[in-house]
Design a protein around this ligand. Structure first.
Ligand code: CP3
Length: 341
């Protein structure tokens, strides 16, 4: 599988490609199914998860499928009241605000409470082309806490940001509890058939390098170290991590995902030859002309100078109103790439 080979820095005939958030709302066939089901209902129904996970693969032929779910789903068995509201995104009805709230979180029985995800992975793996990898995922503790403490989406998550300094014990305990859950969650996904796992740290770049290193990174390191024995490649994607890229090498990940603000060449120099890199086309480029998409995609590949361990992807999730022909151009440019030409 060229995706797995690239994760372990083995040579591949061309870079593998997939897109973050590839299973979702930019696809008309997703919106068609979504008309009849709530988002959470879809996540909990293995047949629908399989269908939606495979939709982008059928249409575009990416080298990896990411299982359809959401990073916030495992917060429900911990006792959080999660809903997705039209035009607003995720909302937590009972946000965590005190140490007592953290202590009141349940130790979830994941096999029982999110067994639907394991079943969905099993069914999807059975139907997915054997040359293509199935990726499982989880949210990193800081990003999960952004929603669990703030209560809803936003751009700055100032409630959590202040809470980190004012409620130190609550913050540190919450990070630890979320890390414990995430380790079990990854184990369940690999048991279901996930062949690689990605930790999404979408909001990690909001805080200083000092605070990330001292208060957050140890939890990320512990999660990834605790799943090493599963023998699947571990991908860490932190959005906006440029100011602390110097210590990403210590993350216990085989692959580091970059957003478009972190230059590939420079980051490769810092991380060295044994780390694979994933990313990092600006998702907004998919609104540009086909010529520009092609040009920038080729430039992104070539900046790796043929060094193994490169996975083509966007630098963050695909925008929901992205035109389908632009996605085709992006994917086909990578799939038709021939280093000899
Ligand atoms: O990558 C994939 O295609 C697999 C599925 C997936 C979803 N969410 C489905 C989804 C993945 C990997 C995620 C991750 C996720 N969810 C992250 C990390 C990555 C990132 O984008 O930063 C975050 C922060 C969330 C939280 C979340 N879930 C938000 C903010 C929203 C609403 C806005 C949005 O981006 O869609 C969701 C809902 C959600 N998750 C949808 C989908 C397809 C839309 C649900 C709908 O149909 O209305």
């Amino acid at each position: 599988m060229i995706f797995i080979d690239a994760c372990y820095c083995r040579k591949t005939p061309r870079p593998p490609i997939w897109m973050m958030r590839q299973a979702g709302r930019y696809l008309p066939e997703y919106r068609e199914i979504r008309k009849n089901h709530s988002f959470l209902e879809m996540c909990e129904t293995p047949e629908l998860v399989k269908e939606v996970t495979l939709q982008p693969i059928r249409r575009f032929g990416m080298d990896a499928a990411i299982i359809f779910c959401d990073i916030l789903v495992p917060l429900v068995p911990m006792g959080l009241d999660l809903s997705y509201q039209e035009g607003e995104g995720p909302v937590i009805g009972n946000p965590i605000r005190t140490l007592d709230d953290v202590k009141a979180l349940k130790d979830p029985d994941l096999p029982k409470e999110v067994g639907f995800l394991k079943e969905a992975l099993k069914q999807t793996r059975a139907e997915l082309d054997p040359d293509k990898a199935l990726i499982g995922f989880a949210g990193a503790p800081f990003t999960l806490a952004c929603y669990a403490v703030q209560g809803r989406g936003g751009k700055n998550f100032e409630v959590l940001h202040r809470w980190m300094f004012n409620e130190r014990e609550a913050f540190d305990t919450l990070m630890s509890r979320l890390a414990d859950m995430t380790i079990e969650y990854f184990r369940l996904q690999v048991a279901g058939g996930a062949q690689a796992i990605q930790l999404f740290e979408s909001w990690g770049g909001l805080i200083s390098a000092y605070d990330y290193l001292h208060r957050v990174f140890p939890h990320v390191q512990r999660i990834l170290a605790s799943v090493k024995d599963l023998g699947v490649p571990r991908i860490l994607f932190i959005k906006g991590a440029g100011h602390f890229r110097n210590f990403l090498n210590l993350a216990n990940a085989e692959v580091i995902g970059l957003d478009w603000t972190m230059p590939i060449e420079d980051t490769r120099r810092i991380l060295g030859k044994n780390k694979a890199i994933q990313g990092n086309l600006d998702p907004s480029l998919l609104f540009a002309s086909h010529d520009l998409i092609r040009e920038r995609t080729l430039a992104m590949i070539e900046v790796n100078h043929g060094q193994p361990g490169y996975i083509a992807n966007l630098g963050h999730g695909i925008h929901k109103d992205t035109p389908i022909p632009a996605v085709e151009t992006f994917i086909n440019t990578v799939k038709n790439y021939n280093p000899e030409e």
